[in-house]
Design a protein around this ligand. Structure first.
Ligand SMILES: Nc1ncnc2c1ncn2[C@@H]1O[C@H](COP(=O)(O)OP(=O)(O)OP(=O)(O)O)[C@@H](O)[C@H]1O
Ligand SMILES: [Mg+2]
Length: 594
């Protein structure tokens, strides 16, 4: 259901670790310093019970009240405790900032990476899931950092220091306490076995919920108009129900295995240690010295159990975070579209197709053996029934899909299209897509699209596209915000704006996909005049359903089932008895007359 087409390869933990390691690289030095101080803090913490033991053994039990020395010990314990707390506070702040920085880096690189993915990736990508990957999953990665860097490291350091100190006090007792560690890991292992599938499933279902919500909002008009609200509500409810059930499984495992099981271990360990002492006494060995050790051990057990509990309590979140991090890493491993920095430039704007074949999926050809030679400055119209491959042809001209080996050639100014420099290529090719896409920004920003364009260039582009008229009528002209997706504009106005955007970069090749399909006849004439003015100055390749818009084209390419059915100027094509183009024109005339 989720990412079915690209399951994460390898163990999630490894992939998550790889991601964290990469992101933390720039801060390794800071982390090292933080670790050093944390070790020191743990050492100071471990001193407390040792001093307590000395207090008991030297002064309390032997009834040996040396006030000065006793005060010294107390003060020492106090200072050690305070210093440890201070050190820990500062190091945790330091590591927290490392964690935030790393997550900032990860999020930036994930978003940047998504922007550079090939168009073919988005054919099967689900918007909600991608959004959730960039925002939620990276947020979960932050959890991972916080857990790994603070709680886990701190707890591990504490644990090691305590065990070492205990070894010096009484190594046999230390071995008993150390038995806690495998016991706790046993519990955690069991927990993981029980809850890991549920954790993964919960995340997957949540991601599906996100995707469904996003999809429904995007298609609200269709949803309401078709009365599908109830069906969608039910579909959502069933996924939500599954999510709830999966959460329940997770929570039950948490509730059983984490805190209660560990608290029980703590009590059991205390009982064992005290029992061992009891046995030693019955053997007549218990001396004043041993009582101090008992005190130290009892207080150490509390301290050993605490970091262990911390380690395991974090485990459920840790697991979710690992899954999230692995998913982020999988996304980052997705190959980016090639962006060659090469010598190839678009000079004149000639486009040549030689025996070009193309398929999205193997075995389902979309373009078959297309041959075409578009001269610089030529205006080529493309027509053909729906699904005949018109948009696909433009996608190839835009380098959205690679041309497979032995599938013919696509040359721009005599150079294979794949060998053109990315920046130069994008500057030279302008696109007016089938669906005009506008940003929630001002008119100016929508035309400039982040390119470094002068005010004059923007105005000229708007004039040439015939968009200046309606822009002038907006209350703030070029500064008018357009709302999400340009919601406040009519579809035709959006299209004019999209044309202005394409022209603003002063392209050598202009590609239009049904650019006039939503415009009324009056506005269409404006666009046609605009195109007529550009005619000869740049190469224009324009797909049209409304055939009147390309009547003036130098040549018209008629596509049918992916191959070239006819090619020539309007008049010549109209001469072909029973020709496809002629039939299309006659059909449209008939339609407009009735
Ligand atoms: N991303 C894609 N993945 C797989 N198949 C696709 C993809 N895009 C288009 N197709 C298929 O390729 C064929 C040609 O589609 P294309 O969009 O090029 O047609 P078109 O001529 O532009 O049609 P229309 O006039 O309706 O816009 C269709 O059969 C379509 O289903
Ligand atoms: Mg199309």
């Amino acid at each position: 259901m989720d990412d079915a087409h690209k399951k994460p390869q390898g163990v999630p933990v490894k992939r998550a670790a790889a991601l964290l390691w990469r992101a933390v690289q720039p801060d390794v030095a800071t982390v090292r310093v933080g670790l050093f101080w944390l070790v020191l803090a743990a050492g100071l913490d471990a001193l407390g019970p040792v001093m307590g033991k000395a207090f008991i053994d030297r002064y309390l039990l032997p009834h040996n009240p040396q006030v000065g020395a006793m005060l010294g010990l107390l003060a020492g314990a106090l200072i050690a405790g305070c210093t440890a707390s201070l050190l820990r506070y500062h190091q945790l702040c330091r590591l927290a900032s490392v964690a935030m920085q790393s997550v900032r880096r990860i999020r930036e690189s994930v978003y940047g990476h998504v922007l550079r993915l090939p168009m073919s990736f988005f054919d099967s990508a689900i918007t909600g899931q991608l959004v959730s990957r960039v925002t939620n999953d990276t947020e979960a990665v932050k959890q991972l950092y916080v857990q790994v860097l603070f709680v886990m490291l701190d707890s591990l350091i504490m644990l090691t220091t305590l065990l070492v100190t205990m070894t010096f006090l009484d190594w046999r007792l230390m071995l008993i306490v150390a038995a806690l560690v495998p016991a706790v890991f046993g519990i955690v292992f069991l927990y993981q076995r029980l809850s890991a599938p549920a954790v993964g499933r919960t995340r997957e279902l949540r991601s599906t919920l996100n995707a469904q919500t996003a999809e429904s909002i995007a298609g609200m008009a269709v949803l309401q108009a078709t009365g599908a609200a109830a069906t969608y509500g039910k579909r959502y409810a069933s996924v939500n129900e599954a999510h709830y059930a999966s959460r329940q499984v997770e929570l039950r495992a948490n509730a059983w295995l984490l805190r209660p099981a560990l608290d029980l271990l703590n009590v059991a360990m205390l009982a064992v240690v005290i029992a061992v002492f009891g046995m030693r006494e019955s053997g007549g060995q218990l001396s004043a010295v041993e009582v101090g050790v008992l005190y130290a051990f009892v207080s150490y057990i509390g301290r050993v159990v605490e970091p262990l509990i911390q380690l395991t309590m974090q485990f459920s979140q840790l697991q979710q975070a690992v899954v999230a991090a692995a998913r982020v890493n999988t996304l980052l491993d997705e190959a980016e579209a090639p962006r060659p920095q090469a010598k190839g430039r678009v000079m004149a704007g000639a486009v040549t197709l030689q025996n070009l074949n193309f398929a999205y999926k193997n075995g389902v050809p979309v373009l078959r053996d297309v041959n075409l030679d578009v001269k610089p400055g030529e205006f080529l119209g493309i027509v053909g029934p729906t699904g005949s491959g018109k948009t696909s042809l433009l996608s190839l001209l835009l380098r959205f899909y690679p041309i497979a080996e032995n599938s013919g050639q696509l040359l721009v100014d005599g150079q294979p299209i794949a060998e053109l420099d990315e920046a130069a290529f994008r500057d030279a090719v302008g696109l007016v897509p089938q669906e005009p896409f506008l940003l929630a920004a001002s008119v100016r920003e929508n035309i400039a699209m982040g390119r470094d364009l002068s005010e004059a260039q923007i105005h000229t582009a708007a004039e040439s596209a015939g968009a200046a008229g309606f822009i002038g009528r907006l209350e703030n002209g070029y500064d008018t915000p357009l709302g999400e997706g340009g919601a406040r504009l009519a579809v035709g106005e959006k299209q004019l704006l999209a044309i202005a955007r394409a022209l603003a970069g002063q392209p050598k090749i202009l590609l239009l996909d049904e650019a006039t399909s939503h415009i009324d006849t009056g506005t269409e004439q404006v666009v046609q005049q605009a195109l007529a003015k550009l005619h000869g100055k740049l190469t224009i390749i324009s797909i049209a359903h409304r055939l009147s818009t390309i009547r003036d084209a130098d040549r018209i390419l008629v596509l049918s089932h992916g191959h070239v059915a006819e090619l020539g100027p309007h008049d010549a094509l109209m001469q072909i008895e029973g020709g496809l183009y002629r039939r299309l024109v006659e059909l449209q005339q008939l339609a407009s007359e009735t």
